[in-house]
Design a protein around this ligand. Structure first.
Ligand SMILES: Nc1ncnc2c1ncn2[C@@H]1O[C@H](COP(=O)(O)OP(=O)(O)OP(=O)(O)O)[C@@H](O)[C@H]1O
Length: 442
């Protein structure tokens, strides 16, 4: 079913779908291209069309081997489309779902490519703002890199901001006109947070965005470190459950170390997940450090991490829904975890797709009830497969020492959570008097 897009492109076949529209394989004057045709409601939004035109130069200017080039913008009748280089292969999310975890060498090689793409974008004054596996395309026809890793290309530059139109915000129940409209290289300009909404994908959002600061290049580095962690572990460091809980974890929780990777690699991941933006590596440094570490990873298999790590809501939280319900039948009602928690898969996988992994663009800021998770933290703690749980006899002494630390950290975390929760929990008029989340001792 061929379809004309503008006067120059003939769409042949759908090759992907995202929240903003449909991606087609199309023929153009210079050969095959990928055309992202935006949804009708977006295409009929005059503000959005204006912004596309304003952003045209920025979108077309990025030319880098690890950036999916935007070749053209089509504004034609009811069609609004981005014409891109065609990448023959798959996206990183699909590969991750297929393999669950990547070999460290492959994961690091892919992220080094993405860091190069970010370095080029940042040098041009563009912040991506939606780095995630869905936006990394793997070129199946390119030369194999370390561990056989395919070349990785980052796509969707500036698109997250572009489609955050006032109309979309209104549809999402957010105030219109609060976020800055595009100007210059708009993807890098400020005013990115509406009073009640954030642009981005919760699992990958840097803490400073949750706190309301404008996006700087550091947010992309944080998101890429989150992607790297996810490629290694099979889950993101702060993901799982309601988006509000995810946002809070970014601000209040510390990333748990990954067992089984060289310390040199962990230091890089850890530094780029720092809460303080300035403590993170810059994209060029990140690329360099990742490439330095590559030789240490040669031949390492994917990490053997327990799929049901220690976390407050237990194994059921990470299980496929069917398994969770089977468990439920065997557990007395009073011993069951809080309703609505255990049923939420912490990880999106092919077995248990996580409907809570929001995609980019305006997200409704959650209420206090959705944020209430206590001070004990809800992030997962990765554990090497076969290692004992924290409550086992062998670990009890260590746990006693750790508890003191946890109490101290919890004190800090509670203060921060109350601050963030207070902001997040503010009602539309900002005067909510709902109580802060209850404090529980670990
Ligand atoms: N330039 C391209 N070449 C080849 N395939 C592409 C290209 N761009 C996108 N695709 C395919 O289309 C799919 C959808 O892409 P799209 O950018 O619309 O959505 P997304 O990034 O997955 O999600 P969202 O827009 O909701 O963040 C991708 O996952 C990819 O498989």
């Amino acid at each position: 079913m061929a379809r004309k897009i503008g006067s120059r492109y003939t769409a042949r076949q759908i090759i992907g779908r995202g929240s903003a529209g449909t991606v087609w394989l199309a023929d153009g004057p210079d050969g095959p291209v990928a055309v992202k045709l935006l949804r009708d409601d977006l295409a009929s939004d005059e503000n959005l069309v204006d912004r596309f035109v304003q952003e045209r130069a920025a979108l077309l200017s990025l030319d880098h081997p690890h950036v999916v080039g935007v070749r053209d913008l089509v504004v034609d009748g009811t069609d609004l489309a981005l014409v891109m280089d065609l990448v023959r292969g798959t996206d990183l999310r699909t590969r991750l779902e297929r393999e669950r975890r990547l070999a460290p060498e492959v994961a690091v090689a892919i992220c080094a490519d993405v860091a190069d793409a970010l370095a080029a974008a940042h040098a041009a004054g563009v912040v991506h703002r939606d780095v995630k596996p869905e936006n990394v395309l793997l070129d199946a026809h390119g030369p194999g890199g370390p561990g056989g890793a395919p070349p990785a290309l980052l796509t969707d530059f500036g698109v997250a901001k572009l489609i955050d139109s006032p109309r979309r915000r209104a549809a999402a129940g957010l105030p219109a006109g609060a976020a800055g409209t595009a100007s210059g290289t708009g993807a890098a300009t400020g005013g990115e947070r509406t009073p009640r909404g954030l642009i981005g994908t919760p699992d990958y959002l840097a803490p400073e965005l949750v706190e309301g600061l404008p996006p700087r290049a550091f947010v992309d580095v944080y998101a890429l470190a989150t992607v790297l962690y996810e490629l290694l572990a099979g889950f993101t460091p702060f993901g799982g459950g309601h988006p509000g809980a995810v946002l809070r974890r970014h601000v209040t929780e510390t990333v748990a170390p990954l067992p089984g990777i060289p310390d040199e690699l962990w230091q890089v991941v850890h530094q780029c997940l720092a809460k303080a933006p300035a403590s993170r590596l810059r994209a060029p440094e990140l690329s360099e450090r990742l490439r330095e570490v590559l030789p240490l990873l040669r031949g390492l298999p994917p990490l053997d991490i327990d799929d049901h790590p220690d976390e407050p809501y237990g194994a059921a939280a990470g299980s496929a829904p069917a398994a969770a319900s089977a468990d439920e039948a065997a557990v007395p009602a009073q011993a069951r975890p809080e309703p609505g928690r255990a049923a939420v898969p912490l990880v999106r996988s092919s077995a248990s797709p996580d409907a809570n992994r929001d995609t980019h663009t305006s997200m409704r800021v959650p209420g206090a009830d959705e944020l209430a998770g206590g001070a004990h933290g809800t992030a997962r703690t990765p554990r090497a497969a076969g290692a004992r749980r924290a409550g086992s006899a062998r670990n009890r002494a260590a746990a006693a020492g750790r508890r003191r630390l946890v109490l101290a950290v919890a004190g800090v975390a509670v203060a921060a959570a109350v601050g963030v929760g207070g902001w997040l929990a503010a009602g539309d008029d900002g005067t909510s008097t709902r109580p802060a989340p209850a404090v529980q001792q670990p």
